[in-house]
Design a protein around this ligand. Sequence first.
Ligand code: ADP
Length: 442
Amino acid sequence: MTAADGGSKSVRGRVWLRDFLSRWTGTRSFVISAAVIFFLLAVTGLLHPVAAFAAFMVLAGISATRLMVVGETTPIRLGGGTGEKGGGIPGAGGSALALLQKLPDPLIVLDPSGRVAFANEAAEVQVGKAAAGRHVATVLRSAPLIAAIESVSLDGVVRSIEYAVPVPVQRNYSAYVAPVGGGEDDGAGRLVLVLLRDVTEARRVEAMRADFVAFASHELKTPLASLSGFIDTLRGHAKDDPEAREKFLAIMADQAGRMRRLIEDLLSLSRIELREHVRPSDAVDISGVVNDVSDGLRPMAEQHGVEIGIAAPAGLPKVLGDREELAQVVQNLADNALRYGRSGKRIDISLDRAEKGGRPYVRLTVRDYGPGIPKEHLPRLTERFYRVDAATSRARGGTGLGLAIVKHIVNRHQGVLQIESELEKGSSFSVLLPLAPEPRPQ
Ligand code: ADP
């Protein structure tokens, strides 16, 4: 016999006794009234005493039988007999229980005394392995959830709540607590069903979206405020000052450029996110992409006295990708190398073959010889708006989205992004790209 069997038997006994007593109160009044009426009928001579006694006995017998028998029809019974883990709910049937066991979400059924009558496999994390028969307050650690369960078992009204479990790592759950069967008024014999859903990931994504919108509006607000300020100045005291006007217009053009870059990056990030689950299918000559992008970068490199070196072996296989997106990867990595590593006076963009986990790749590496990035920042560099030094990034035209875009494109290409950096020696960003399938011979 399991603990759940013992617990449910005692509960059944208590419920039967209470029902019996409440029915006994009604039956007793009925029997006493009948006795008084038949006694009066016999005394007044309206009914023969023997007939009155016989009729009373028949009525009393019927009442007593009803009193004993009706109590056996308790509508919901708990208890074992199914051999299922975590007790059982007879009437649910073995196959129904097996289904509940396999539900991906935690499901717990509590008996009318608040003990665990059934907990499926997914609920083990919440209630532990041997929860059957234990009181819910000893197995669930969430005060709001226990309060909701108590309220449901009292008033039978369904409740949905959300709560957080802070340890070992914060997780958020949504709980649906519903009554099953039992008395209408006092909850006697009422089971309580608790269905939990882990909503940690959904809440995290919501928080990220909210943060993203807040960051993006903040990034736009600053140049916008600066533009508005200069417009007021040009309309006011700088109205007739041509020298000041030229100076302010240059700053305004700079701020407008910053807003434009940010909007372009936001749009490209959302475009890439939309397509992230669709694998690109073109065979791309990545050497051509590198040459095109570096040609475009040369004027800026020359302006800062930076030399761009390109190393690509002949006969490199084509990669499976989207040419435009791969060009954006090379552009963003080279832009960063020029922006933050220009003090090294050199950037190397190289291509070679590589292997990872037995798979062949083409590796693209952009290396600079600048100040490098402190180690603690490396894992977070690809987060949106994460910057090692926000002021330098802004001053050099950064939006804080360049590496986030690179990461999304690499994910879409099922590639690998590797970042290495050493202080005072520079940084190296490598992207492994899967090869395009060999064209079939004609
Ligand atoms: P941003 O638009 O600010 O450059 P990114 O996502 O491209 O945004 O880069 C995030 C941050 O990583 C940058 O702000 C900068 O602090 C750092 N970073 C990126 N590339 C380099 C590099 N080659 N050398 C030093 N720091 C870098």
